[in-house]
Design a protein around this ligand. Structure first.
Ligand code: DGT
Ligand code: MG
Ligand code: MG
Ligand code: MG
Ligand code: MG
Length: 269
């Protein structure tokens, strides 16, 4: 096609190619979810439906988009890690971010009723997104550790706060005052001594968040085949391995997870 005099406008597009050899992380976060959670009657401190819906959306993102090796989510956020060698959309940051956020957002609306049943979605939710590059495996691990530590700190606080309010009869501001400056051990003690709750027995999904990784799974499928001795066809069971995204609620701060899944950081796929 002949060039027009308008073509030059393309040169105004900024180059946002992500630096080579870096992990590309896209983190999204629900916009104003404090209000969203209240208006949609989210259970406190954790709404299982909301967390499972978030994970359903993240799973869709990993399956629909290319090159995501691991995702981690908690509260109203999810982080997606594209492999170092990804050349998807020529590594353009805006492509990574916009595809992740739009796929996630549309999935959130699409799958809402599977998790919230009769609870109507009252307005269209939004998510922000950002791209962060990490040049070393240690940087990436520290990033994910940071998010999981954030999950732990917030969840311990929220679990204690809502125990004081819902079971202890304190007002929100009284509970806030009581927890001001308290250490983790003190919150554990309040839960155990006042409410007979052992924090370590709280659901792992709440305490650890959710990690999504690819797993090889063996599948058996029924297939009709035609052979010389069965020209009309016969049913056989065919076994095959397939890669599938699976959720885990495990510690990703220590070495164990990374040793058991050493292929994630190897990035030679
Ligand atoms: P932002 O991200 O600056 O637009 O504002 P927010 O309000 O989304 O703040 P953020 O992302 O720092 O905090 C997440 C909010 O989402 C937090 O206020 C509580 C709410 N939320 C997330 N998960 C749950 C849940 O399972 N249950 C309830 N009740 N609330 C939740
Ligand atoms: Mg925020
Ligand atoms: Mg938010
Ligand atoms: Mg958040
Ligand atoms: Mg197009």
């Amino acid at each position: 096609m002949a060039k027009t005099k308008f073509e030059y406008v393309r040169q105004f597009e900024a180059d946002d190619t992500c630096l080579q050899n870096c992990w590309v992380v896209v983190r999204l976060d629900g916009r104003n979810f404090h209000k969203f959670a209240n208006l949609h009657d989210f259970r406190k401190p954790n709404d299982e439906r909301a967390l499972r819906l978030m994970t359903r959306c993240a799973l869709t993102v990993m399956e629909e988009l290319n090159d995501i090796v691991i995702a981690y989510g908690q509260s109203d956020e999810y982080s997606f890690v594209f492999k170092k060698t990804s050349n998807w959309f020529k590594r353009r940051a805006s492509k990574f971010m916009s595809h992740v956020v739009s796929q996630f957002s549309s999935s959130f609306v699409f799958y809402w009723k599977d998790y919230f049943k009769d609870q109507a979605l009252l307005f269209p939710p939004g998510f922000d997104g950002r791209v962060i590059l990490y040049p070393s495996n240690q940087n990436l691990r520290d990033y994910l550790s940071w998010r999981q530590a954030d999950c732990h700190i917030n969840n311990l606080y929220n679990t204690t706060f809502w125990a004081l309010v819902q079971q202890g009869g304190l007002s929100n501001s009284e509970a806030e005052e009581k927890l001001k400056g308290s250490l983790a051990g003190e919150k554990n003690d309040i839960l155990f001594l006042e409410f007979n709750v052992n924090y370590n027995n709280e659901p792992e999904m709440y305490r650890k968040g959710t990690v999504l990784i690819w797993h090889k799974v063996d599948e058996s499928i029924d297939k009709k085949i035609i052979t010389p001795d069965a020209p009309e066809g016969k049913n056989v069971v065919v076994k095959r391995t397939r890669k599938k995204v699976l959720p885990f609620h495990v510690d990703i701060i220590g070495d164990k997870f990374w040793e058991e899944h050493s292929e994630i950081l190897a990035d030679n796929s």
